[in-house]
Design a binder for this molecule. Structure first.
Ligand SMILES: Nc1nc2c(ncn2[C@@H]2O[C@H](COP(=O)(O)OP(=O)(O)OP(=O)(O)O)[C@@H](O)[C@H]2O)c(=O)[nH]1
Ligand SMILES: [Mg+2]
Length: 441
């Protein structure tokens, strides 16, 4: 549950915000009037100042790569950024999905990019895949939480804060099979409101062109049927609207990655060599790699950062602040009293705990009664069985006693007759016969 330090942070932020807004209200004057300047003042340099500042600070971009072990995540990252990041192949036998995050600083014409690549380790390798996406969800939320905590600090340093929120999630789809796997569907569904998801069909060189087209249309159908909210390149900026719209129609991109180079027409190109030919990574007729790079890095990186902050983080922030007892209703917030809110929250928490305790007690009593009932039933059954056996035994014993009594009397009669009669062979055979018959009984 929420702790009181959370409240203190939120409260102090809210108080400073509401004080500022009160000040603004008091200073409400007439609407701004448009005036002419008689000479150049210099504020037209503001955009340049902004650019300089951004260049100085550098840019942050965090990529989450989700995909099965060995699907080509690390190779694609190396190919995208034309470098060799430190990556090692991961084992297939992990008990749970883990995340491996590595941060790098890249420079291109004085522009610094602080890049973090987070790769899944052991994704899809467990027999029970129930929790495969849970850790990913928690990781994304945890990065939002860190940012929120920074925002809520009295002395915050958002400008120098190393933002770890995920700006894009590349979801690697295996190109073989009959479309998306259940895990792909569930995972994308769970994450699509928390992060910008771009699905990509990896290792596109492993299947024929025709099979790839069929596979892609199946994937698209499933995305539509299951209403997966995958990232769409923005079409509101006229300068990039056409190219973005065209690429939106080509999703999911089919990509090939490689760390190998070959000389083709005296040019060293990134490619994969096969006995039957060469697949060039950056050749648009071989894969959509170039499209992915253009869309991800060159055209829409800022939009993804923007959407992460203004859409996904905003939703997270709203939910968390609601949990902390804040309200959008202004008049309610004007009368907001931290102590009262804290008291109410504590009371609600205690009530919830009491309810949980009561429920647990009731459930324990019910379970104990049920167990007692089962025990009694079993005991009755055993007792009934015992009585039945006892009865059968008594009856059998009585029957045998009776038979024994009859047999004894017959033997006695026989011996009496025998004593009276002389010994003959005929008599001997009758005697044997009678004994045999009695034995059978
Ligand atoms: N055919 C083909 N093979 C690829 C492609 N990309 C990577 N590979 C190969 O697949 C193997 C695994 O590649 P990685 O990039 O290490 O895969 P990964 O997803 O990072 O693997 P883990 O980190 O171990 O989960 C390597 O042998 C790569 O050469 C591709 O586009 N096509
Ligand atoms: Mg890897």
């Amino acid at each position: 549950m929420e702790s009181s330090p959370d409240f203190k942070k939120v409260f102090s932020t809210f108080r400073s915000l509401s004080e500022t807004s009160k000040g603004l209200e008091n200073s409400k004057t007439k609407p701004a009037r448009c005036v002419r300047l008689s000479a150049h003042v210099g504020f037209d340099s503001l955009p340049d100042q902004l650019v300089n500042k951004s260049i100085q600070n550098g840019f942050v971009f965090n990529i989450l790569c989700i995909g099965e072990t060995g699907i080509g995540k690390s190779t694609l990252m190396d190919s995208l950024f034309n470098t060799k990041f430190d990556s090692v192949p991961n084992p297939h036998n992990l008990k749970k999905v883990e995340l491996n995050a590595n941060s790098y600083e890249l420079y291109e014409n004085n522009v610094k990019l602080k890049l973090t690549i987070i790769e899944t380790v052991g994704y899809g390798d467990q027999i029970n895949k129930e929790n495969s996406f849970k850790d990913l969800e928690d990781y994304i939320d945890a990065q939002f939480e860190y940012y929120l905590q920074e925002e809520l600090k009295i002395k915050r340093s958002i400008l120098t804060y190393q933002d770890s929120r995920i700006h894009v999630c590349l979801y690697f789809i295996c190109p073989t099979g009959h479309g998306l796997k259940p895990l792909d569907l569930i995972c994308m569904k769970r994450l699509d409101k928390k992060v910008n998801i771009i699905p990509i069909i990896a290792k596109a060189d492993c299947v024929s062109k025709h099979d790839l087209e069929v596979f892609k249309s199946k994937v698209n159908k499933e995305i539509e049927v299951h209403e997966l909210n995958i990232y769409q390149f923005p079409v509101d900026d006229e300068s990039i609207a056409n190219v973005n719209a065209e690429n939106n129609n080509l999703l999911p991109f089919t990509v090939v990655g490689s760390i190998d180079y070959s000389l083709i027409e005296d040019k060293s190109v990134r490619c994969r060599e096969y006995p039957w030919g060469i697949v060039e990574v950056e050749n648009e007729s071989h894969s959509d790699f170039i499209r992915l790079r253009d869309m991800l890095i060159r055209t829409n990186m800022e939009d993804m950062r923007d959407k992460t902050h203004n859409v996904h983080y905003e939703m997270f922030r709203r939910r968390r602040l609601h949990e902390l007892g804040f309200d959008d209703n202004e008049s309610a917030m004007m009368n907001f009293n931290f102590q009262v809110a804290c008291k109410n929250k504590k009371a609600a928490y205690l009530e919830q705990m009491k309810k949980r305790e009561d429920d647990a007690r009731k459930s324990l009593i019910a379970k104990t009664r049920e167990a007692e009932h089962e025990l009694k039933k079993t005991e009755d059954e055993i007792h009934g069985h015992y009585e039945l056996l006892k009865k059968e035994y008594t009856q059998d014993k009585a029957r045998l006693d009776e038979e024994e009594r009859i047999l004894d009397s017959e033997i006695r009669d026989f011996q009496e007759i025998r004593m009276k009669m002389p010994h003959t062979s005929q008599f001997q055979s009758i005697y044997n016969l009678t004994l045999k018959r009695n034995k059978k009984k």
